[in-house]
Design a protein around this ligand. Structure first.
Ligand code: KE4
Length: 431
């Protein structure tokens, strides 16, 4: 039995000074029960909590740690950058180099602006799209999460749905009126919205492969249909690849599915674990961004030299070692096949969605292709499963509505350990 008395004590103390005891809601274990583990260190495939427990982990810090924790490649780059001071607030050579690298890896991006989070990236991208088109409304999809910007906390996924606030208080009616929503994978619904708001939609923003309602696989015709609609109607198509960028392929989901957006938002992996986001796209759109153009966006620590060093090391490695993606696909397929065998052995017909090194086990017998079908999952059963896995040293996202991530540290022997724990945990649920 893995006990965590120090984490429990720290959580009590944290709640006195930090809302909910955490600096991001989904970390609080609210949806799964019990106390969050306070992590002391991590290396490779493992997290180590304050009580000395070791967990094989599949959150990867919600995506960034694709090379496993404390990767020498990134650690070395940061250690080399530190002596030159942590921040200048002035342009640096490294910001040009990472911009050139991003543009080389994601060809739809002709110019890019660095920011400090995925939220900043998406907030900025829709402001630019509105400035460029002169239009007000945006379309997003139910269950997609684009960070905590007001325009996106409408039918939002991730922690918002986990905590039951997909439409957060504090978002004004005016803001909400400019955000239209449609079911993911439903092109007809989008066409109807576009027709009813002809000439007034600035952008359609989506996770091309949603990870924030659990993992959902896009229909290729849906993505292609959005591209055609946006081209026809002069709407800016924004792929929010904060999660999928550099995760599913060097060029992200747009490379994997062969559909080209007008703008792309990035985060997570791009910083190698440091706080970095970015937005970019066609030159004619990005030249609307200040000081080149009139749309204002700024940031004290944008392009921070330490964060750029970490991101540069991460992206260069991924660009120069594309075999990483085959390795990740193979390891994840091995895990998913093992779980499917376990489910069959136990007579359970839960659904598993998988793309590249992302996957979700949904506690529902329905195929999950949008928010409504994702919400048929038995979240209480998921919570029990989460804790059975935690007791067996497997650290999963503490929410049914999240994708899990596989890092290069997950070797075949660790996959076998995971499959064994999955079988034992599923059996324990039937006990
Ligand atoms: P950040 O502001 O958290 O860096 O990025 C927001 C964001 C934007 N777009 C997508 C597709 C995202 O997945 C995210 C953030 N993802 C969540 C995990 N589902 C972050 C974890 C958290 O909120 O603590």
């Amino acid at each position: 039995m893995k006990t965590a008395p120090i984490s429990e004590e720290l959580f009590q103390r944290a709640q006195q000074f930090i809302p909910g005891g955490v600096n991001s809601p989904v970390r609080a274990f609210r949806a799964v029960g019990g106390n969050p583990r306070f992590i002391k260190s991590a290396k490779g495939a493992y997290l180590f909590d304050e009580d000395g427990n070791r967990y094989m982990e599949f959150i990867n810090s919600w995506g960034p740690m694709i090379l496993g924790h404390a990767s020498e490649i990134v650690q070395e780059a940061v250690q080399q950058a530190i002596p030159a001071s942590l921040s200048f607030g002035a342009p640096t050579r490294k910001e040009i180099e990472i911009a050139e690298l991003i543009i080389e890896m994601v060809p739809s991006i002709e110019k890019v602006r660095m920011v400090n989070s995925g939220t900043e990236a998406t907030m900025s991208a829709i402001r630019v799209a509105r400035g460029y088109t002169g239009r007000d409304k945006i379309i997003k999809f139910e269950g997609c999460y684009h960070g905590h910007g007001d325009s996106f906390l409408i039918a939002a996924g991730s922690g918002a749905i986990t905590l039951g606030v997909p439409d957060s208080p504090g978002v004004t009616k005016g803001t909400a009126n400019d955000t239209l929503t449609a079911p993911f994978n439903n092109l007809q619904a989008v066409q109807t919205l576009a027709e009813a708001n002809k000439g007034n939609i600035a952008a359609i923003i989506l996770e091309p492969v949603p990870g924030n309602m659990g993992l959902v696989i896009p229909d290729l015709e849906f993505l292609q249909g959005l591209r055609e609609l946006c081209t026809k109607e002069g709407i800016v198509l924004i792929f929010d690849e904060v999660m999928t960028g550099f995760r599913l392929a060097p060029g992200g989901a747009q490379e994997l599915f062969g559909v080209t957006p007008d703008m792309t938002t990035l985060g997570k992996i791009i910083g190698g674990g440091m706080p970095v986001g970015a937005y970019g796209g066609k030159k004619e759109i990005m030249d609307f961004v200040a000081p080149a153009g009139p749309v204002y966006q700024a940031g004290t620590l944008s392009g921070n030299p330490i964060a750029m060093a970490a991101g540069m090391a991460m992206l260069q490695y991924l660009k120069n070692n594309p075999q990483v993606y085959t390795q990740l696909e193979e390891a994840t397929t091995h895990m998913v096949d093992g779980m499917k065998q376990n489910l069959e052995q136990l007579g359970l017909n839960y659904t598993i969605n998988h793309v590249g090194s992302m996957f979700t086990l949904f506690f529902t017998d329905q195929q999950v292709h949008d928010f409504e079908t994702a919400k048929t999952s038995d979240t209480a059963m998921f919570g029990r499963y989460f804790n059975e896995m935690l007791q067996r040293g497997m650290y999963l996202a503490p929410s049914q509505y999240e994708s899990l991530f596989v890092s290069t540290s997950i070797t075949p022997d660790l996959v076998e350990e995971y499959i064994k724990a999955n079988l034992e945990a599923l059996k324990a649920l039937q006990g």
